[in-house]
Unconditional design. Structure first.
Length: 274
């Protein structure tokens, strides 16, 4: 056990030394990745305006003019709130606006009961909560999300945001584990991903577990969501492209977790007390 602990410590120091040059830029990179799915989605809506309005009108039953208003509001919210998030300006408003987009699109496009879409959106919301935690940590502000709950008075409320963010961030992996045909390779990968998810949720070696999941997501994203390999007319291209950029956003959430740490409500933090 001591050998494993020593090896783990040496590995952490090595990774920390390698990542040191990009650490000052990591928060900006993470924030950009986190909102990139919203930027791509707003660009896609504008470039496919007639297809989008036609789908909402014919398939979703939105009346004439309602579909256009729905799309305009979504584009404005996604573009404005994404830029504000990257700049770390009015972050509370920006996160709220992007959360509204996630919910409204789930309902508007009729995907709220789609399992894969649901788990992905939970992970994106987890990333948005991590973005909020990053803002509070940098500005030393306290969260008002849990105002009025006296049982949270003794604990920094931002720590609860980090906890909820960690729980939601790993939701994407539940979709990966539960869906698809099981093979031996998939079983092994699922076990490794599940262990990493548990470590992130309980906050045990959370920063390095987050880095492991970043590597896992990055590799699987390139292999599974390679939309660039399909012709522009292929019916799956837009779906793979959407999944690709959404996965990048979840990667951004994990990078913020790596940069911030799991917070006080974690095993990593509790070990420091002993």
């Amino acid at each position: 056990m001591d050998q494993i602990r020593d090896y783990s410590t040496k590995l952490e120091k090595t990774i920390d030394a390698i990542s040191q040059p990009i650490k000052p830029h990591l928060p900006v990179i993470a924030r950009f990745l986190l909102v990139v799915t919203f930027l791509e989605d707003s660009l896609r809506i504008v470039s496919q305006w007639s297809d989008q309005t036609n789908y909402l009108s014919t398939q979703r039953g939105m009346k004439y003019g309602i579909a256009e208003i729905f799309l305009i509001i979504n584009v404005i919210l996604m573009t404005t709130c994404s830029i504000l998030s990257i700049m770390r300006r009015y972050t509370e408003v920006a996160v709220s606006g992007l959360a509204i987009v996630v919910v409204s699109q789930s309902i508007g496009y009729g995907l709220i009961f789609d399992t894969a879409f649901f788990f992905r959106n939970l992970s994106v919301v987890g990333g948005l909560l991590m973005l909020l935690a990053d803002f509070y940590a940098s500005s030393k502000k306290k969260s008002n999300l849990f105002a009025g709950l006296p049982n949270l008075a003794e604990t920094d409320k931002n720590e609860y945001i980090k906890l909820f963010a960690r729980i939601l961030l790993v939701a994407l992996f539940m979709s990966f584990i539960l869906q698809g045909e099981f093979t031996f390779t998939r079983l092994i990968v699922s076990i490794i991903a599940f262990i990493g998810c548990v470590m992130v949720v309980i906050g045990f070696k959370a920063k390095w577990s987050a880095l492991l999941l970043v590597a896992f997501l990055s590799i699987s994203n390139v292999l599974l969501n390679n939309w660039w390999s399909l012709p522009s007319t292929h019916h799956k291209r837009d779906f793979l492209k959407y999944d690709f950029f959404q996965t990048l956003s979840i990667v951004g959430g994990f990078l913020l977790l790596f940069n911030l740490g799991p917070g006080g409500l974690s095993m990593d933090e509790k070990k420091k007390l002993f």
